[in-house]
Design a protein around this ligand. Structure first.
Ligand code: ADP
Ligand code: MG
Length: 913
């Protein structure tokens, strides 16, 4: 630091050697282990501060800005003014408690979302002590030598020392939405704005294309992004449709409430109340009517669900997606890396006209190469095929590495398809370092799913060789010669046909085929992609095994049961795709093979023809390009489907963004894709999507119950008060007091309803068709149902009130007793509603005891009720009175009557559907 600070120059203004020396690093071998420890002590870990505390006050303050709370506060002041400090205090306490609960719910929701960020581990590739390894980005230190590839996230601020066709997305820092190209040779001695510095890349940006190597010069909060502590990666909490709908309903109810409030106020005046008393009464009743706690409750429920999803390895980046998930109708999934594990093993080779088998599974170089006479071969006995055993690796940037403190077993660095070739080279007896030295890299043209090839130009002795690998079609297309037994000849059509049909036999066994070609080229100052990939000599191909995830078969079965479709979209050929689809049960009705459409025929299809294909429940799209994928997704969405799409590469971003739910992979996916997605699968597993859909449906169903029950209870309270007015003409006082109504919301409703969000899915939740996300929760029908159930509860509670009031006329506290009975009756009615509404089946079915937390909620709620009924102090404040055993018969009967009616209505309602 000293040296550079002294002359006030920035890292981008220095010569790269100065930067390297500055950190005692090395351009080839990186840092040594003991330097790393020292540097870490000095600079700390590479993390950005997560600021969450800032929000606490905002959330807390937000609780007191709702107009209702303000009105309640006014009402309480009025009560004080009227010389009724007890009522005044109660109102105030209720306001405060309510706000605290709202605060807790929102705060918890925020916290859950904030904690999710940490679950996405960022890894990066570094060279330390001469070895290329993969480490957690937070363990990077200044001086580390970092390798960056397409799709990677830039893990720190880095000065480049090598770059090749390199460009990064710097939107987060500069606002520029197009990739900006970078060049390690750029130099300047003047001060430049960030956007013009071409020899450095910055933490938080992503690699759009090319590759580079660089030296870390700033980490954590010393980075540019750390300085502005931007929170662009923050999980956004845009409101989900349920939240919007409920906010809307709450608003409408507020208007209704205003009317009701005015009406109550006028009536109380007519009944000879004082103005102030009438005001307090009408305001409190009105306040109880509005489901003001509902929005907070919904955000907490959604956040909890998002937390649950995270435990099951699906990270939701926007809460909205949690709800959308439940309505998904089509899952358009990649094959490699989602349906299969993307753990590539080369099982066989066909090089130079000869076949070889390769034993061993995984990236560990345990296993051997043998020819068709079962002779085990090593590098010196490979004869004139030796080069081809290296070619795959020579055209790759992917590597394998032995176990280290971050990985329990051999692991791949970079693209698994490429890493498999590193294992092959190791099995042949080479070391990776030796190959890299003997074949120094000159220029690389990385893989993309448009070309379906990758190539690297390297020097070797006095020659320059381009090694190419890719799909067999794309390699044959670029080859003009073929090598067989060391002889190079023109590649005839018959040979092309023969190669294709040979490879097909492997594909039929669900193996991937990667073809290899090469050519010698002339020395030049710079090479184009055509220099590397035109007029090749076809060398042969390898077969790769990539096992499907174990759980996928079951998951696909349940997707079909849930009336959803699965489209497999792959860049691989149709035969491999077909073989895999059979293994995982991706079949149409009647066990028929799914319709297969390859990239070429896809391009000649009209939108209309394509749409008719969408009718199938299973379709395979093979050899597609990212553009084709986008077209499929786009058309599906235009067709009204709700589409979940997976993607892993840089080119998938458009599709991921277009999708209703864009899904990226957490393990093998690129950072670029992760940023475009709404959901990240930590285990890269198709079946996790299905788990998430199920959770999405559950969330929705639970929210729906919650909302219905909440509003029903409010209607019950209101209708009970209104029934009370009829009694008023016979001189019977109001059946329930305002504070008690507020208490019902808090004690009788809140606790059970909060626990209701933990309800498990019902057995058949994945057997119903997906719900149309445009459907409102509160349709006319539902509203009617809510109204009727609310009126019934209100009526029953009022009857209970009348019963006790009239029966106990001789007692001095008969009025208090009676209103206490109303209070408990409404709560019991609400319990009945909770129990009945939470399942589509019989209330006393298996589902009854499926949620322990709910019963804890009931228990807690009922304990509060008991305290309110029997604690003298509370009696005083809430105008309640202890009940005798016989008195309990009334609320009990109310609960039972409500439950019976609700159950009956539910049955008939469901019959009509
Ligand atoms: P998918 O992920 O569905 O298998 P891709 O678009 O990634 O499809 O790959 C398409 C084809 O390109 C593969 O079938 C394979 O033949 C070839 N391929 C894949 N990865 C590489 C790579 N790293 N280098 C060269 N060829 C590759
Ligand atoms: Mg792929």
């Amino acid at each position: 630091m000293q040296l550079i600070n002294d002359c006030n120059m920035e890292f981008y203004q220095h010569h790269i050697d100065t930067v390297i020396n500055q950190f005692n690093s090395n351009a080839e071998n990186g840092l040594s282990e003991n330097t790393i420890e020292k540097v870490r002590k000095k600079y700390g870990t590479n993390v950005l501060k997560v600021e969450n505390s800032k929000n606490v006050f905002k959330i807390l303050f937000g609780q007191f800005t709702s107009p209702l709370v303000l009105i309640l506060i006014v009402a309480s002041l009025v009560a004080y003014y009227l010389g009724q400090p007890r009522d005044g205090s109660i109102l105030l306490i209720i306001v405060i408690l309510n706000s605290l609960i709202g605060f807790y719910q929102e705060w918890k929701a925020e916290n859950i979302l904030a904690s999710l960020k940490k679950l996405i581990v960022n890894k990066c590739t570094v060279v330390r002590e001469g070895k290329t390894i993969e480490i957690f980005a937070e363990d990077l230190v200044p001086g580390d030598l970092v390798k960056l590839y397409e799709g990677d996230g830039v893990p720190a601020d880095i000065r480049l020392l090598y770059s090749n066709g390199f460009a990064v997305n710097e939107f987060i820092l500069t606002g520029e939405s197009l990739p900006s190209s970078k060049d390690h040779l750029f130099s300047t001695d003047i001060t430049l704005p960030l956007a013009e510095i071409k020899n450095c890349v910055y933490m938080g940006t992503t690699v759009a294309r090319g590759e580079a190597i660089g030296i870390v010069y700033a980490i954590g909060i010393q980075t540019e992004i750390g300085k502005i502590s931007a929170s662009s990666q923050e999980i956004k909490s845009a409101d989900s449709p349920v939240q919007i709908e409920i906010a809307d309903v709450a608003k409408k109810l507020t208007y209704v409430t205003l009317f009701v409030g005015v009406f109550l106020f006028a009536t109380r005046l007519l009944l000879n109340d004082s103005i102030a008393l009438a005001l307090v009464f009408s305001v409190s009743v009105a306040a109880a009517m509005v489901p003001e706690g509902l929005p907070a409750q919904i955000s907490m429920a959604l956040a909890l669900a998002v937390g649950r999803l995270a435990k099951r390895k699906a990270i939701i980046k926007k809460i909205v997606s949690a709800q959308t998930l439940g309505s998904a109708t089509v899952i358009a999934s990649d094959k490699t890396g989602t349906i299969t594990k993307n753990e590539m093993t080369i099982t066989g080779c066909y090089f130079n006209g000869k076949s070889f088998t390769v034993s061993g599974l995984g990236y560990e170089p345990l296993g051997s190469i043998s020819d068709d006479q079962s002779n085990v071969l090593k590098k010196d006995s490979l004869g004139n095929s030796k080069l081809f055993f290296l070619s795959g690796f020579l055209s790759s940037t992917g590597k394998v590495s032995p176990p280290d403190k971050y990985h329990p077993s051999w692991y791949c660095i970079g693209d698994p398809t490429e890493a498999a070739f590193a294992t092959l080279a190791l099995k042949a007896g080479f070391t990776l370092e030796e190959i890299e030295k003997e074949y120094p890299l000159i220029k690389a043209f990385g893989f993309d799913s448009f070309r379906k090839r990758a190539s690297i130009i390297r020097g070797h002795q006095n020659k320059i060789i381009s090694s190419v690998k890719g799909s067999i079609e794309s390699i044959l297309q670029k080859s003009i010669k073929i090598i067989s037994d060391g002889n190079i000849n023109e590649l005839t059509d018959a040979q092309r046909q023969q190669m294709l049909s040979m490879s097909e036999t492997f594909s039929e066994n669900a193996l991937r085929v990667i073809a290899i070609a090469y050519k010698e080229i002339e020395f030049k100052d710079d090479y184009t992609i055509d220099d590397a990939e035109q007029g090749l000599i076809f060398a042969g191909f390898v077969t790769m095994f990539d096992p499907p995830h174990e759980e996928v078969k079951e998951a696909i079965e349940s997707v079909f049961k849930a009336h959803m479709k699965v489209f497999m979209i792959t860049g691989d050929n149709e035969i491999t795709a077909k073989a895999i689809s059979k293994n995982i049960g991706l079949m149409n009705e009647g066990n028929e093979f799914p319709k297969i459409i390859n990239g070429t025929s896809l391009q000649s299809m009209t939108d209309q023809q394509l749409t008719s294909v969408f009718k199938n429940r299973a379709v395979i799209f093979s050899r597609v390009s990212p553009d084709d994928k986008f077209r499929i997704v786009d058309l599906l969405i235009k067709q009204g489907e709700i589409v979940a799409v997976t993607g892993d590469g840089v080119n998938d971003t458009l599709s991921l963004k277009r999708a209703d739910i864009g899904i990226a992979m957490g393990k093998n996916g690129s950072k670029v894709a992760q940023e475009a997605a709404n959901m990240i699968l930590l285990d890269d597993n198709f079946s996790t999507i299905v788990v998430a859909v199920k959770e999405g449906r559950t969330i929705f169903w639970n929210l729906e119950k919650n909302i219905k029950i909440n509003i029903t209870c409010n209607i019950a309270e209101l209708s009970c008060v209104l029934f009370g007015f009829t009694g008023a003409f016979w001189g019977i006082a109001t059946p329930i007091l305002a504070v008690q109504i507020l208490l019902i919301d808090m004690v009788g409703e809140l606790f059970p309803l909060m626990m209701l969000t933990y309800d498990p899915p019902e057995k058949n939740i994945m057997e119903n068709p997906p719900r149309n996300p445009k459907d409102k929760i509160l349709t006319k029908n539902t509203m009617n149902g809510i109204l009727i159930n609310g009126l019934i509860t209100g009526l029953v509670a009022y009857s209970a009130f009348l019963g006790v009031f009239l029966h106990n006329h001789h007692l001095s506290d008969h009025y208090e007793k009676a209103i206490t009975v109303t209070f408990v009756s409404i709560i019991f009615g609400n319990y009945a509603n909770v129990l009945s509404a939470r399942t589509a089946g019989n209330v006393f079915g298996k589902y009854l005891f499926s949620n322990k937390k709910l019963f804890i909620g009931f228990l807690f709620s009922f304990s509060c009720v008991l305290l309110l009924v029997y604690l003298p102090l509370l009696n005083l404040y809430f105008h309640t009175s202890p009940l005798l055993l016989v008195d309990w018969l009334f609320p009990l009967a109310s609960g039972i009557i409500c439950l019976t009616v609700f159950e009956y209505r539910k049955k008939t309602e469901y019959k009509n559907v």
